[in-house]
Design a protein around this ligand. Structure first.
Ligand SMILES: [Zn+2]
Length: 198
């Protein structure tokens, strides 16, 4: 299936849809202009776990034996999309709504980047190379977003570290911006940029 975003519903296909409670309405008359790329793994550096999804769904037990998981269990956060190491993509928040991914942040003199951005999390760490399929599926999602929302196409793509300097470092030096730009510039590339659905 060719990746698409329905501009009216804000829903991305193909993806698994798992609506996070950590979302609300964007402020009125706010156009969406920014795509924020993040990196996350839970526990950090451990891939293929259920814990990122559990974090965005407020399902990490607050008495979990792992102190790291316990420490994030009370956070109320989300992202619009999550792309796992194997390319599986989950949508947690429709793009028309505000996901809680950026925290205290600013971009070009504006604060509260959640208001006007789309947040996309890649499963990873700052130091470990992201997977080729993650770049392909990220690019496919960005292209679908650009098609659906011209204000995003006219905007920018940044890392979380760029809008929350000194506080956040993701997606880290491991994220290859040149590679993302190259895929976006090249169109769908050989075989098309399929986004896998679980
Ligand atoms: Zn982040």
């Amino acid at each position: 299936m060719f990746p698409t975003v329905n501009p009216t519903s804000g829903i991305f296909q193909p993806a698994r849809h798992c609506w996070s409670p950590n979302r609300d309405a964007r402020p009125l008359h706010t156009s969406t202009e920014l795509i924020v790329v993040h990196g996350i793994s839970l526990p950090p550096g451990v891939f293929g776990t259920e814990w990122v999804e559990a974090l965005f769904m407020n399902r990490i037990p607050n008495d979990h034996p792992d102190p790291l998981l316990r420490s994030v269990s009370s956070l109320r956060v989300s992202a619009h999309l999550y792309i796992a190491r194997d390319g599986r993509t989950i949508q947690f928040v429709p793009f028309l709504e505000r996901a809680w991914h950026a925290g205290a942040s600013h971009w070009r003199g504006r604060e509260h980047c959640n208001d006007f951005s789309v947040g996309i999390e890649l499963e990873g760490t700052d130091e470990q190379a992201y997977e080729p399929v993650q770049y392909q599926n990220l690019a496919a999602a960005i292209r679908a977003l650009w098609d659906a929302y011209p204000s995003l196409a006219a905007g920018a793509i940044v890392g979380h570290s760029e809008i929350a300097p000194g506080r956040k470092t993701d997606p880290g030096p491991a994220f290859d911006w040149a590679r993302l730009r190259q895929i976006l510039a090249a169109g769908t590339g050989p075989g098309g940029a399929a986004v896998s659905s679980p």
